[in-house]
Design a protein around this ligand. Structure first.
Ligand code: AMP
Length: 184
């Protein structure tokens, strides 16, 4: 098993910027733009994920709109895999399958192209890694993982750069969960 050293963890953690009260009072927003622009931190993170997932025999990486696209597509390229976008409602141009999830007030919806993981027969066998920058309540990731399964593929793991563990978001996800950094 490939485990991050404390030094590597600190390099990644130290590159993420906390923005208090964004987008609303009481939220500490974890800004990953400073991780992306820090070549040492980005390379440390992506090399760790590459080592972890190269033995998983994956077929696709699926990233959640929008920050999951960045980490997911870098990882897909490093592993020689295709990348699939799971998008907010109304953004995908072809036939989609959708999944709603609850927010504090109201609901939101994510979508994937119906053929994102290949034609029906190929889809049955597709092993997919789901990735996003952060899991909070887990609503978005639960909906995204269920979309992967809805179109006939298998979500073999859900991966997050950060996990707000106190919100227990991982509990609803119907797949193993891996987080690089636990945030208290
Ligand atoms: P949730 O559905 O509650 O797990 O929220 C996860 C989604 O919201 C992810 O796509 C995150 O990018 C974003 N998100 C939630 N909380 C934060 C936060 N404190 N800092 C940055 N992004 C967040």
């Amino acid at each position: 098993m490939n485990i991050l050293t404390t030094e590597e963890k600190n390099i990644i953690l130290g590159s993420i910027r906390d923005i208090p009260d964004f987008p609303k009072p009481g939220i500490i927003f974890k800004d990953i733009t400073t991780l992306l622009s820090n070549s040492e931190a980005l390379n440390t993170l992506m090399s760790h994920l590459e080592k972890r997932y190269k033995s998983y025999d994956l077929d696709y990486i699926a990233g959640i709109d929008a920050r999951g696209f960045i980490f997911g597509s870098i990882l897909a390229d490093r592993l020689g895999l295709g990348f699939v976008t799971i998008r907010k409602k109304g953004k995908l141009p072809y036939t989609t399958v959708a999944e709603k999830y609850s927010l504090e007030y109201g609901f939101d919806e994510v979508e994937v192209h119906i053929d994102a993981f290949g034609d029906t027969e190929a889809t049955q066998d597709a092993k997919v890694l789901l990735i996003d920058d952060l899991i909070a309540t887990g609503g978005t990731a639960v909906a995204a993982a269920s979309l992967i399964n809805k179109v006939g593929a298998t979500c073999v793991e859900a991966c997050f750069i950060m996990e707000l563990g106190f919100l227990n978001g991982r509990e609803g996800i119907d797949a193993p969960v891996y987080s690089v950094l636990e945030i208290d």
